[in-house]
Design a protein around this ligand. Sequence first.
Ligand code: AMP
Ligand code: MG
Length: 319
Amino acid sequence: MSIISTDIQKAVHLLTNEELVAIPTETVYGLAGNIYSEKAVKRIFSTKKRPFFNPLIVHIASAKALQTMTTHIPEKAKLLADAFWPGSMTLVLKKNEKIPDMITAGKDTVAIRVPNHPVTLELLKQLPFPLAAPSANPFGSISPTKPEHVESYFKNDILQVLDGGACSNGIESTIIGFEKETPVIFRLGALALEDIEAVVGSVSIKNKKEESPDAPGMLARHYAPSTQTLLVDDVASEAKKHSTKKVGVLVFKESLNNSSLTEIILSDNGSMHEAASKLYDSLHELDHQKLDIIIAERLPNNGLGKSMNDRLQRATFTI
Ligand code: AMP
Ligand code: MG
């Protein structure tokens, strides 16, 4: 029997009993547990095979709960929360003693977000505790944007995927931390840099590939399909080099019109938003086609294109 179900009361019951439930958000599906249950939080790490140095995002129903978890909220954090919550932005703030160390991997900061999905907002309102929820995929693999993706990863590990349909934004939240009072981008994501700068002025990006990064979604190899995947500017000429192989191509808006390739077009009309919403699903699709190689086209490097290129770089070998 499928573990996918729309039953919010079932999710409330499971989470209250320290079980995990996969939850829909507008970014990607999350693998959620009660932040105050050591058992649930440990199971999040073990189910994902996520290293303990990689902290979790805390999901809350409204910005009002911020004061109960943090020691200080910079003015610009308040402006950002007002502008973008509920939404695809995570704020990293100084934590207070109520937040368990396992959630933050021992850091003195905690990552918090109000997700913009009606089903999960309703669930959060009914629960007397916040939810820790990293993306519902095994560590390093492609993030899930449909309930079926989670089911194929974790059908033997969890009892419910709460069905909220396909994720409308389709890539992870943009993570913003603070150095003193100044916002710094720790991870590019579903909220474009330009939108953030319209509210708080110019921000720096600390989106590096590091060994022990500030935000471990920044590890060099992450979000990866199991099929060998390349990221290039010119897909047509790269595909020619592999003409003896079974090739899948992922292009932004223009078809290569080559029937010997398995092709997915992210957005016929060149919409970055549509492309982002289909990015991971398309990688899942191609990864299941038993191809020898996937060739992905680099997107225009602005707005959400910048965030998508960041993810593709980590999912692929760049030429
Ligand atoms: P995921 O939900 O799987 O996309 O992962 C959550 C992301 O949030 C990871 O990249 C974490 O490193 C990042 N994160 C969580 N807590 C913190 C924190 N206190 N400081 C910086 N990044 C964080
Ligand atoms: Mg993740």
